[in-house]
Design a protein around this ligand. Structure first.
Ligand code: CA
Ligand code: CA
Length: 348
């Protein structure tokens, strides 16, 4: 698989059953879709049904209580950047208005998620289904035969690992003790939704996410400007080296990093681009009109995949530069992988 193919958007990862994903534009490094069975889904539908919102709102949510109040208003959403992925629906640039809202300064961390699980007994879909996708190089070489059940045909760096879930990110034998301030991963959109409801919050719409990510700057590629490494300084956790074989980790991290490892944007949001993808509330679609101001757009009424924003530690300039604020991809709501997390908002 050459990087050129992926940039052209022709790299379609397949699910473990060989069925193409619903989103043919999804680049193989973004995150593969999990093919869950109907029996799995029935079971998953019942899980967590008893969970009520916290009695005291979100005031007890450990470190994730740090929210930023944003005034809202109009901004230019999307991009017509020539180096982007038009087939993802990054453009056209359109004028969008969002109402005032609050957003988490950080993605939900392992520590935050542990508080939720402790309080509710919630089981994630990766636990219910018994597996999740892990990026190959994060699995110890001597244990690959033992841990990897399958790989994604068109994106063989994605490994199906039984027993991988948020507290065991690389499967049995791994842990999060030294990653409590890293974003929680292996959480599906459905899991993220359950956490948000418990915390009396919501998942952000894509418009809220992008408005917040831009930090008041207009039409810049990144949350801090147009240069990926201004003054030679890394500002986010992405991939350096040759994808997918060698991550030189010049930015300090191969894999996820603490949510506050890099500076915040001008609104005070951390870990926006790079690190892990973040689920949004919207169903994904790829066509927008730009002929009027869109008020609080929330995506189509239905769809097959949910929007993800921000890119991850696997994004690389030569392969999948989706660590830009306007970049977007999607995945099915029950999919989970080692590079997908989320943050929440509060409306009104
Ligand atoms: Ca990195
Ligand atoms: Ca991110």
């Amino acid at each position: 698989m050459s990087g050129e193919e992926a940039v052209a958007g022709e790299n379609t990862p397949n699910t473990r059953s060989g069925v193409p994903t619903s989103d043919k534009k999804l680049s193989g490094c973004c995150a593969p879709a999990s093919k869950r069975t109907e029996a799995d889904l029935d079971q998953a539908g019942q899980r967590g049904a008893h969970i009520a919102p916290m009695a005291n709102g979100a005031s007890e949510v450990a470190s994730n209580e740090q929210m930023i109040s944003l005034p809202g208003g109009e901004f230019l959403m999307g991009t017509d950047y020539a180096g982007g992925f038009p087939q993802d629906g990054e453009g056209p640039v359109r004028r969008v208005a969002v109402s005032p809202f609050q957003i988490d300064a950080f993605p939900v961390t392992n520590q935050d998620f542990a508080v939720f699980v402790e309080a509710t007994g919630f089981r994630t879909e990766a636990e219910v289904f018994g597996w999740s996708f892990v990026f190959w190089s994060h699995i110890p070489e001597e244990r690959r035969d033992e841990l990897i059940e399958d790989t994604v045909a068109a994106a063989p760096w994605w490994c199906k690992v039984p027993g991988a879930f948020w507290r065991q990110p690389e499967g049995p034998g791994s842990g999060i003790k030294d990653r409590l301030r890293h974003p929680v991963v292996h959480v599906s959109w459905n899991d993220a939704q359950a956490y948000a409801a418990w915390a009396s919050k919501s998942l952000p719409t894509e418009a809220q996410w992008e408005y917040a990510a831009r930090g008041g700057l207009e039409q810049k590629l990144y949350p801090w400007g147009d240069e990926l490494t201004p003054g030679g300084q890394h500002r986010c956790n992405v991939w350096q080296g040759k994808f997918p074989v060698e991550d030189t980790a010049e930015d300090g991290y191969a894999g996820s990093c603490p949510v506050d490892a890099f500076p915040a944007n001008d609104f005070g949001l951390y870990s926006i681009t790079g690190n892990v993808w973040e689920w949004c509330a919207d169903w994904f679609h790829a066509s927008f009109s730009s002929d009027r101001v869109l008020q609080n757009p929330a995506g189509p009424a239905s769809g097959e995949g949910k929007v993800m924003k921000g890119g991850s530690f696997l994004c690389h300039a030569s392969y999948c530069n989706r660590y830009r604020v306007a970049a977007r991809t999607s995945n099915t709501p029950d999919s989970s992988a080692s590079n997908i997390g989320f943050r929440c908002v509060r409306n009104g």
